[in-house]
Design a protein around this ligand. Structure first.
Ligand SMILES: [Fe+2]
Ligand SMILES: [Fe+2]
Length: 359
């Protein structure tokens, strides 16, 4: 654990999981803030019919009663789990909770600060969903006596500023990749129920439909004004695609025991999730990553290795550690640039972009 995290734990009298969620690193889920005034100026008239249909669906609140523990919630004995698996399960839950709560905080803030009724309603509905998601995961952590202090996070976690269009690209992708991750785990466990070592996975199917709808909302926002997806912005879209995809792969590699317990091959899983996300994103992005390009997989493997070396150098510390850190970080940057410059594939974006969850 980092010294900074230890110091914060002691100073603020918070538990380990709250400190984990509070820590800001390159790969951890972040909290965001943006130019809410600019966001308030969105106009969705050009996608009116699709917008109204989506908002009506979200108002009807299909998951109103879903996030409650029922008799399907089997008792989990955290202490009985093998220590490596327990650590990675906690890491998975805390990281998912931070990502869900990050959405909740950002969406709620937009609702609070905006004056554009339609946009405020959307953000209110999304923050309602994310609050439930975060709360449900926190219940699971509380069961093990390690709940995260969400009030503390709201007050003390660092906020990263993104301009509204970066919020649209990043949040659209994280909603859709979130959908793809949850549904892939859910479908896998449908076939292998004996590998379901925690009941929370049973909730993933309906849960990920919320994420799918949130992604649809951002697709419509981007569709509402052609400037978001053309010209120089296409280079930004590519940057976010590579960054979001690579971050997921690096983070998943850090949880070998978790994936082994689920009997999920990480290569298979990440490939499947990226393909689903890529396929969905054709609804709005004019380009997609060429996942079959020979340099893509090789580059990802090199990036994962560079990040492992960064972690190793951090652990080592001292002058040699710093030197190694510098070498590994430079390597990671170069490999990332290599991934970025792999030619992307062009998409012709359909006029009607609405999709339904079908995986
Ligand atoms: Fe969520
Ligand atoms: Fe979401």
């Amino acid at each position: 654990m980092s010294e900074v995290k230890e110091a914060i734990k002691a100073k603020d009298n918070i538990n380990e999981t709250t400190a984990m969620a509070h820590e800001t690193t390159l790969l951890n889920p972040r909290f965001y803030t943006t130019n809410f005034k600019e966001m308030d100026g969105l106009n969705v008239d050009s996608v009116r019919a699709d917008w109204d249909e989506l908002i009506a669906e979200m108002r009807s609140d299909p998951n109103r009663t879903h996030f409650k523990k029922t008799e399907d919630w089997d008792k989990v004995d955290f202490e009985a789990l093998e220590p490596g698996l327990r650590k990675e399960l906690v890491d998975f839950l805390v990281s998912s909770l931070t990502a869900e709560f990050s959405g909740c905080v950002l969406y709620k803030e937009m609702k609070r600060r905006g004056t554009n009724q339609e946009i405020c309603e959307l953000f209110g509905l999304m923050s309602r969903d994310e609050a439930r998601h975060a709360g449900f995961i926190n219940d699971a952590l509380r069961e093990a006596g390690i709940g995260v202090n969400l009030g503390f996070l709201t007050r003390k976690k660092n906020y990263t500023y993104f301009t509204p269009k970066f919020i649209y690209y990043a949040t659209y992708l994280s909603e859709k990749i979130g959908y793809a991750r949850y549904i892939t785990i859910y479908r896998h466990l449908e076939k292998h129920p004996d590998k379901r070592f925690h009941p929370i996975f049973k909730w993933f199917e309906k849960w990920c439909n919320d994420e799918f709808r949130h992604g649809e909302a951002f697709a419509l926002i981007m569709k509402s004004d052609p400037k978001f997806t053309k010209g120089l912005n296409v280079y930004w879209i590519k940057f976010f695609l590579v960054a979001v995809f690579a971050t997921m792969c690096i983070r998943d590699r850090a949880r070998p025991a978790f994936h082994k317990a689920l009997d999920v091959d990480i290569d298979w899983y990440d490939d499947k999730v990226l393909r689903i996300t890529s396929e969905i994103s054709r609804q709005v992005f004019p380009i997609e990553i060429d996942l079959d390009h020979p340099r893509w997989k090789a580059g990802l493997a090199k990036l994962i290795k560079a990040f492992n070396n960064i972690e190793e150098a951090k652990r080592r510390g001292g002058i040699f550690g710093r030197l190694r850190y510098f070498v590994a970080a430079t390597r990671a940057f170069t490999v990332f640039a290599g991934l970025y410059f792999i030619p992307s594939k062009k998409n012709s974006v359909p006029d009607n972009c609405r999709l339904q969850p079908s995986y």
